[in-house]
Design a protein around this ligand. Structure first.
Ligand code: ADP
Ligand code: MG
Length: 306
């Protein structure tokens, strides 16, 4: 019997439906919620596949998942890569892969840890804000490089608002992006890198209406392009569970947010059809991974030596 576990936070609808779907199929694979206590060096593999929905908020889980991957578990998403990524790097990578992205700038942090003084930062040049503003133009978006859930994302229409928000960003690493003034917006729900469902999604609506009150019609060519680029990004980033957002301006999809390694899968946000699609796609993926274990997820330099 193979065992799949889901590690989650406050969400309930997705974990419950996901486990029920796998158990219902009776394929010699069971699914449950993960149960984790302290870990020791003697700990071996506890589950064959682990769906990680929450380790970005619980460091203990992050390290525990890496140990499980070392012991041969398959973790969705790969804990070694997921924890290393940031949005600025992702944006640069996307650009190099030929995906359109907003002009972006990585900014030095506004504040540093206690012991870091001016003397510690003698390599750092002062930021020329006129140049920064001229590069992105207005409006621009100030956001954390390790962000999520719209936390500390600011639309800035002037230098004054930009500096006001930057000056309050504390020790967070912030990036600035050209604001794409879009005609249409799309969110791609991506499972197992290639399996993608385009969901019209309107960020201008209230949270619970973003999927239901989005009636964009992209047309077949734009849809195909977004799917190809979404697949490319998932392949390059190694994500098996992700959402990729595009803002469409003059027919060109700009990748805005595509490092959502634990996307909102709640039934109430996704709504009926998309929720059922996600549950099925995740069950298919995890069952396949449990029955046909693939390569280790460890960095290659480790597996070469083990
Ligand atoms: N460069 C941009 N151009 C236009 N809209 C943007 C841009 N960056 C962010 N946004 C808007 O802000 C929202 C939140 O930003 P996002 O990068 O998705 O942060 P988070 O990861 O916190 O969700 C996006 O869904 C989009 O509506
Ligand atoms: Mg987002």
């Amino acid at each position: 019997m193979k065992h799949i576990a889901i590690l989650h936070g406050r969400e309930r609808t997705f974990p419950e439906a996901f486990c029920a779907e796998i158990n219902r199929r009776n394929l010699g694979v069971t699914a449950t919620e993960a149960r984790i206590g302290y870990a020791t060096t003697d700990l071996h593999r506890v589950y064959d596949v682990i769906v990680d929905r929450i380790s970005h908020e619980v460091p203990f889980y992050q390290t525990w998942l890496k140990q499980q991957a070392l012991e041969g578990a398959f973790v969705v998403n790969n804990p070694f890569w997921k924890l290393a990524d940031d949005k600025y790097f992702g944006t640069v990578l996307a650009a190099r892969l030929g995906v359109a992205v907003p002009k972006s700038i990585l900014l030095p942090q506004r504040e540093y840890l206690e012991d870091i003084t001016a003397a510690s930062l003698s390599n750092m040049l002062l930021t020329n804000w006129e140049e920064v503003g001229a590069f992105t133009g207005w409006p621009c978006y100030l956001k954390p490089a390790h962000g999520g859930g719209w936390k500390s994302v600011f639309k800035c229409d002037s230098m004054e608002t930009l500096l006001h928000n930057y000056n309050r960003s504390g020790t967070q690493l912030m990036m600035l992006q050209e604001g794409i003034v879009w005609d249409a917006y799309a969110r791609l729900i991506c499972i197992g890198k290639k399996n993608i469902r385009i969901a019209p999604w309107n960020p201008d609506m209230a949270h619970h209406e973003r999927y239901t009150k989005a009636d964009f019609n992209y047309g077949p060519e734009l849809e195909a392009l977004m799917i190809r680029q979404g697949q490319l990004l998932n392949e390059a980033l190694g994500y098996d569970m992700n959402t990729v957002e595009f803002a469409v301006r003059d027919g060109i999809p700009y990748a805005i947010d595509f490092m959502n390694t634990a996307p909102d899968f709640d039934r109430n946000s996704l709504t009926g059809d998309s929720f059922d699609w996600v549950v099925k796609a995740m069950a298919d993926l995890c069952i396949e991974c449990a029955l046909k274990p693939g390569e280790s997820q460890l960095p290659k330099r480790c597996t070469d030596m083990l």
